[in-house]
Ligand binder design. Sequence first.
Ligand code: ZN
Length: 414
Amino acid sequence: MSTTESAVILPQDYLFAGPANALDELVEWSRRLGADPSLVLRGGGNTSVKVAEEDVAGRPVNVLRVKGSGSDLAFAKHADFAGVRLDDVLPLIERGDMSDEEMVDYLARTLTDPRAPRPSIETLLHAFIPAAAVFHSHADAILQVVNSTDPHAALDDALGADILRIPYRRPGFLLSKEVGEAVRADPSAPGLVLLNHGLVTWGSSPEEAYRRHLELVDRARAYVEARNPAAVFAAESRYALGDEERRRAAAALAPTIRGALSADRRVILRHTDTPEVMAFVSSARGRGASAAGAATPDHILTTRVHPLWVEVDDPADTDAAAGAFVRALETYRADYAAYAAYAAYAARHRTDEGLQDSFPRIVLVPGVGMFTAGKDAKQADLARDIYLHTIAIMAGAETLGGYRSLAEGDQFRA
Ligand code: ZN
């Protein structure tokens, strides 16, 4: 085979070959991946399989079945996986670039069924990888390793030198192309990490892609756990309140926070004061880590790039805390650079979630706890869940020299 020919990837060379039904197997192993919140949080992650199907007229067609937007892997069902015609999307890897709008419009026209859910911004990443099945997650343990000060050294130690790595780039065409080219150059690598983003594995079946995913996550987890991340954040004694006093302070502060965050649109507010949260919000180290930003681009639409940190001397003095919150909120909203970067990011992802406002979704108060806001209870709970995982990710990365985020250097503009 000549060099030119070997560069061409033919879809029939890596279609799922059975023996089970491809979509049945994809649904089963996607659910397993989605069942563990340290691997996949509600709505996060995506999985795919490439399979020979028949089109509406009964003609053979090579199809990428990939999780569409708005579904949850934990409860995956056949209809959640959009069918994208591989022969239409594979030639795209030859292009230099493609805007998000162009890519989304193009993908919509390659669907085998126009009623399918909208394919995700990461669809081409799945398509370009020369393997029947691809699993992608933002697993906590992987983010602990890749969001650290020296991710390459940590990856060498935790997962081995042969793991492929792609520097941070926002999700979109170029990231998909880089991933596709990296895996085509080294298809027998154990997996690929996206720095400040997540993990990708592949295999000849969904089960194989899942098992490789779990193996790498387990190795990363063992590597970080051996460094005792649970001891990273320790509350300062000046912020220590009794349980009742803390709840009273939270109840006194909540109306001010809810009212201010509801200026444009009413929000639901949740208060969380688990031991992990209290150790985090009551420590200088927690404050430093929180300022670095989100752990993966997937979380930003729910939590924003940054939380709002309220500086207080005495958490029992709720009048002073309310005043400090109002001042901190003014500064937060005035920080146009961070907001503009977020707004541009959200626009590229065509979300209607809060583009109109520059309010935080996470408010952290030393001694009092974490407040999370959302347009409804589901969003407020999701923001809470994501930030609980973010705290755990920060703790792990701190044991590897320090937490580093994709937000640094305003990389959302890239
Ligand atoms: Zn992702």
